[in-house]
Design a protein around this ligand. Structure first.
Ligand code: ZN
Length: 293
């Protein structure tokens, strides 16, 4: 019995030492990755963001990207994406759907616990809310938010976390009437600045190539991915590594209302994207990136 206890204690010490080593390794990896994300405060005043559809984007500095993931959570993909984000010490925004939050509430909570922003993307992802009746369209939005909130409320450790007042239209198919309806409820609309085509049936290699090409051509901005696609999970480490090597930083969007008062400085003048000249892709592409794929 005593031997067993000593053995267990020794095992405990080993596990503890391993955990410390892992934490130190992760911390070193963070330094290598350029440290934690800068926080970008999204003002409470309602706005539509993302130059793919709107006049402005969030208040980013040159060569900063915001990572966003749509359509999840997905039990086969989201955990891998969360691990990659941790490895690079960066935070993202997840535009979850309500029906998946209902099925996989633990993944919603996991993303929140790891410090990411939780936002909404409708209940069941109808491709175009404009094609629904007004009541059904607005119900898609409210039910999506409430199911995601229910997932957060379902465990004590995330019960205090609220869904961010950020909405992305399914298929980016918006309408000014619905945006007005969202604005009346203090919810900002998010499109994107940079597409990655990861929703298309392309290889993960193609996702890496297109993501980097498009980030370069815009000089940064809100990047749209999907955490329901294996190709995205496979591509993400290469994208993060390459953009880091090119001097880009990842910024994390947080709603103003969630910031401590002293840090909640509202951005006075949101900037539009695309103000940095990037060399042509062929000239700038790191050969090691291609060989790594
Ligand atoms: Zn979507």
């Amino acid at each position: 019995m005593r031997k067993t206890l000593i053995g267990l204690c020794a095992l405990g010490l080993l596990v503890s030492a391993a955990a410390t080593a892992q934490a130190e390794e992760q911390s070193a990896a963070c330094i290598e990755a350029g440290g934690p994300s800068r926080t970008v405060v999204v003002p409470d005043a309602v706005q539509s963001y993302g130059t793919m559809q709107y006049a402005r984007t969030v208040d980013l500095e040159p060569k900063e990207v915001v990572l966003t993931f749509d359509d999840g959570p997905d039990p086969d993909v989201t955990p891998s994406i969360l691990d990659t984000l941790d490895r690079y010490c960066v935070k993202a925004t997840f535009f979850f759907t309500g029906h998946r939050a209902e099925r996989y509430p633990h993944l919603v909570r996991e993303a929140a616990l790891r410090g990411h922003t939780i936002a909404s993307h409708s209940y069941s992802h109808p491709n175009n809310l404009r094609h629904l009746s007004w009541n059904r369209a607005t119900r898609q939005i409210t039910r999506g938010i409430s199911e995601i909130q229910a997932a957060l409320d379902g465990a004590p450790e995330t019960a205090q976390i609220d869904v961010a007042p950020f909405f992305r239209f399914p298929g980016l198919n918006h309408s000014s009437a619905l945006r007005g309806w969202l604005a009346a409820r203090n919810i900002s609309t998010f499109s994107c600045d940079v597409g990655t085509d990861d929703w298309r049936r392309i290889s993960s290699r193609a996702v890496v190539y297109r993501a980097i090409r498009n980030i370069r051509s815009k000089g940064g901005g809100i990047v749209i991915f999907h955490d329901t696609k294996q190709r995205t999970a496979a591509a993400l480490p290469f994208v993060l590594k390459q953009i880091r090597n090119e001097g880009y930083r990842v910024a994390h969007m947080v709603p103003e209302r969630d910031m401590p008062p002293e840090q909640a400085q509202t951005a006075e003048q949101p900037i539009s994207g695309g103000n940095v000249e990037i060399p042509p892709l062929e000239a700038a592409t790191d050969l090691s990136l291609r060989s790594a794929l």
